[in-house]
Design a protein around this ligand. Structure first.
Ligand code: IYR
Length: 223
């Protein structure tokens, strides 16, 4: 058995009084509530360092047994973006032309999505998120990971929030199936594609569907 890690004292680095805390919570709800998924991006580049910091923030997510079972691949190379677009559109064409059940297509209708994915090429960056199902120890043994989907989901949520709070927009794209991502990006067998985040500045003429968010009583029960 490996030794227990030493215990360190912890105090919340952002601790504050109640009034300040309530105000911060309100502000966060407002700021994160202003996030929308965007499908048209400007060609304004992403300033150096933002993606690195946002991924660092995502990498601080809690994870099963602290295995940190995620890997993020940042794609800015135009040729790789084009290959990802071509492969994703091929899957999406099959999806929209018949693989998707009628009920699913009806659910998507209000969003106006289709098999055309120009943003995969036009956005300045794609972040492919991989769920790492196992690691190898220094001696080559397989290290098992726990709660991989939950952990990667939390990390991805933190990444989306960090990017939004940094002033960038994202689209959460889930081409299905997305095995092609692992192939194009040369990932090892341990890495399972989780989703593709399209990242950049929203185009000046970007539009979003007029959808409504569920109210607090619809999403929460206090008892
Ligand atoms: N992956 C397809 C379909 C799609 C599915 C869901 I669920 C969405 O919220 C949006 C789209 C596509 O990207 O078009």
């Amino acid at each position: 058995m490996p030794d227990e890690a030493p215990r360190l004292r912890y105090s919340h680095p952002l601790a504050c009084g109640d009034e300040e805390s309530v105000e911060r919570a309100r502000r966060l709800a407002e700021d994160l509530g202003g996030r929308r998924s965007v499908r048209s991006f400007s060609d304004r580049p992403i300033a150096a360092g933002i993606l690195e910091q946002c991924i660092t923030a995502a990498g601080s997510a809690p994870s099963g047994a602290n295995r940190q079972p995620w890997h993020f691949v940042v794609v800015t190379d135009p040729d790789l973006k084009r290959r990802i677009r071509v492969a994703a559109e091929a899957e999406e064409q099959a999806f929209y032309a018949g693989r998707a059940p009628e009920e699913w297509l009806e659910a998507l209708a209000p969003l106006g999505t289709d098999a055309d994915k120009p943003f995969l090429e036009h956005a300045p960056a794609l972040i492919a998120v991989f769920a790492r199902r196992w690691d190898h120890s220094e001696t080559g043994e397989r290290i098992k990971h726990y709660y991989v989907q939950e952990s990667v989901g939390i990390a991805t949520g933190m990444l989306v929030a960090a990017l939004h709070l940094s002033g960038l927009s994202t689209l959460t794209h889930t081409p299905s199936p997305m095995r092609f991502l692992a192939e194009i990006l040369d990932r090892p067998a341990s890495d399972q594609p989780f989703l593709l985040l399209v990242v950049g500045h929203a185009a000046a003429d970007a539009t979003v569907p007029g959808i409504r968010r569920k109210s607090l009583p619809e999403i929460a029960t206090f008892r």
